[in-house]
Write a protein that binds this ligand. Structure first.
Ligand code: ATP
Length: 307
């Protein structure tokens, strides 16, 4: 089974308000999948449905190849999750919290707890109560708790939210390590593109409750292009000079006065010198790289799929 999650037309309505509609997403085994979308887009709601915390209004969830329903929740035993914030017994230590959790689940393995605490650098603080933990430590403890029963899928809602830069880096490294070394599949959410970019292999863009696009990061990166953009009032002569004097072939006129050069064999200074020596007035010339932001902006603004 190569698919861990597949949803079909997953929809949630609350009191007549549509929160998510017709979401068809697929999470493949071994990948880190990032749900990306602004606050209120519906990411948490999707994750709650996938982890059995709320029931979909309509649509279907396939978890490890089996349909997830109220009476068939077996697949959830293979899932660990932190949706919104992890809640602990604040007056107890990390170890005590984990023991209670494991006993509750009927999974008791003292060694596994100890190993898991080591893995996330939470050992050596045996006497410290959770109420004295930083948010980053609590998040890491939340992950330990989510993974202690050795799940195949971990669902994390905004795992870096509220963390300081070191906490964010630690969290990223922890997720990467668990994914690469233990083969755990991750479903994460974030409203920050840069975060998702650094953690996910594939991205599902959520906008107003809809899945706008699902794309592999590697595919977007292939689409990144460098170009030189120049602005001049004499477009015709400029294009002639670029083609004939500089042998540049891949040119696009984007507006009346704006030209994009995708053929990067000539530098901006070579181009400027040639044009100036031919009496062309250059209002602006600059090298650009299309970014991931450009891609997503285009998807949301120009894709026409939102709404
Ligand atoms: N039970 C509910 N009743 C009414 N509205 C709800 C309910 N649950 C969620 N919503 C609304 O649905 C929208 C989506 O919420 P959700 O928490 O899923 O978004 P999100 O993408 O996770 O955003 P955030 O990052 O802010 O948590 C929000 O406008 C929220 O207020």
């Amino acid at each position: 089974m190569n698919e861990v999650i597949r949803t079909h037309e997953l929809t949630k309505t609350v009191k007549g308000k549509t929160i998510t509609s017709n979401v068809n997403l697929t999470v493949k085994k071994g990948e880190t999948y990032g749900l990306l979308g602004p606050n209120g887009a519906g990411k948490t709601t999707i994750m709650k449905m996938l982890t059995g915390l709320i029931i979909p209004t309509s649509g279907e969830i396939m978890l490890f190849g089996k349909k997830l329903t109220e009476s068939a929740k077996d697949g959830l035993k293979r899932v660990g999750s932190i949706i919104e914030y992890p809640i602990f017994f604040e007056h107890l230590t990390a170890m005590e919290n984990l023991r209670i959790h494991c006993e509750y689940l009927g999974f008791y393995d003292r060694k596994a707890i100890s190993q898991a605490l080591d893995m996330v650098n939470l050992h050596g603080i045996d006497d410290k109560k959770v109420k004295d933990f930083s948010l980053g430590m609590k998040q890491r403890l939340g992950i330990v708790r989510a993974m202690i029963t050795k799940p195949e899928l971990i669902v994390l809602d905004e795992p870096t939210n509220g963390l300081d830069p070191i906490g964010i880096k630690d969290m990223r490294e922890l997720i990467r390590m668990l994914n690469k070394e233990y083969g755990i599949t991750f479903l994460l959410s974030s409203h920050i593109l840069g975060e998702i970019e650094q953690m996910a292999d594939r991205i599902g863009m959520i906008q107003q409750g809809k899945l706008v696009n699902e794309v592999a990061l590697a595919d977007i990166q292939k689409l990144r292009t460098d170009y030189i953009e120049l602005v001049t009032s004499n477009v015709q002569k400029t294009v002639y000079l670029l083609e004939h004097d500089l042998q540049i072939s891949n040119i696009k006129i984007v507006k009346d006065t704006r030209i994009r050069i995708y053929d990067m064999k000539r530098s901006t200074s070579d181009i400027s010198k040639t044009l100036i020596s031919n009496d062309i007035e250059i209002e602006e010339i600059q090298k650009h790289t299309s970014t991931l932001e450009d891609y997503f902006y285009h998807q949301i603004q120009g894709g026409g799929k939102v709404g």
